[in-house]
Write a protein that binds this ligand. Structure first.
Ligand code: DHB
Ligand code: FE
Length: 265
């Protein structure tokens, strides 16, 4: 039995699609070209690629839905950390690591970063014990580990759990801007629109804690030239961060302090 909600939004989707075809007098040839893109995206949508998601994301749909869902977590102070889209490259069951560990393996870089901060209750400011940070980012070649046979499995991914003080710290890299996969339907659409495929350098997080609403988010490097021109429209002001040159730690070229603020249900 279809739920009332499913009935309602499906009817609305159909209505908008029909209006779209009518308003633009879509021809059979144009429809076939669109179908071909959809079918190709379907064929390419394995868990390393998620092409269907990529196509929706360059239309800004995932970012719009994120905004609609999390009106509250906006750019204001005194609010929970803002959310951002999940994107196609999260993997479940990233390895659990200990505080102070690295998520970087087999990579030469001058951009080693010590990221650290605290997970707190946004209302009381109290530290949250047992919060899990699930983190992932791309290698300097612009590839996530599952896209790149030269990276070890689960490279640049990890899960960290806070202790009593709510604090966390781990080593990662200062990421680079990189193109979303550009050799399939999403790339074809971007080219047809004279759009670039670049995303500003970012690090992904899912923050969960018992009793708190999970936060899916990304943080963005202020210095990145694509910060105002993200191919998938995910940047929010409060998620822009400053990497600081760091001395006094032979393992880190930069430090990145960042606190996460969660809301209870
Ligand atoms: C998308 C999101 C990402 O975080 C990314 O690295 C690539 C693509 C996306 O939303 O399509
Ligand atoms: Fe990403």
């Amino acid at each position: 039995k279809a739920s009332p909600r499913v009935r309602k939004i499906t009817a609305s989707l159909i209505q908008h699609l029909h209006d779209f075809a009518r308003e633009n007098e879509i021809t059979v040839d144009e429809w076939m070209a669109g179908l071909e893109l959809m079918n190709e995206a379907g064929r390419m949508s394995d868990n390393k690629r998620n092409e269907g998601q990529l196509v929706c994301d360059i239309f800004g749909l995932e970012s719009l839905v994120d905004e609609i869902t999390y009106k509250l977590a906006s750019d204001a102070q005194d609010e929970p950390t803002a959310t951002a889209i999940l994107g196609p490259f999260w993997r479940k069951d990233a390895p659990k690591r200990n505080m102070g560990d690295t998520i970087v393996f087999n990579i030469e870089s001058n951009d080693w970063t010590l990221m650290h901060g605290q997970v707190t209750d946004y209302k009381t400011g109290k530290p949250i014990e047992g919060a899990e940070l699930d983190v992932w980012h791309t290698a300097p070649n612009g590839l996530y580990e599952q896209q790149d046979p030269d990276q070890p499995d689960m490279n640049l991914r990890g899960r960290f759990t806070t202790g009593k003080d709510g604090k966390y710290n781990f080593y990662c890299l200062r990421p680079t801007s990189y193109p979303i996969p550009y050799d399939g339907p999403a790339g074809k659409i971007l080219r047809a629109l004279d759009r670039h495929p670049m995303r500003p350098a970012h690090i992904h997080f899912i923050i969960t804690a018992p009793g708190y609403k999970p936060i899916v988010t990304q943080i963005f490097d202020r210095r990145d030239k694509y910060i105002e021109n993200d191919a998938v429209f995910a940047v929010k002001d409060s998620l822009i961060v400053d990497f600081k040159p760091y001395q006094g730690d032979p393992k880190a070229d930069f430090e990145l302090p960042y606190d996460f603020k969660l809301a209870t249900y």
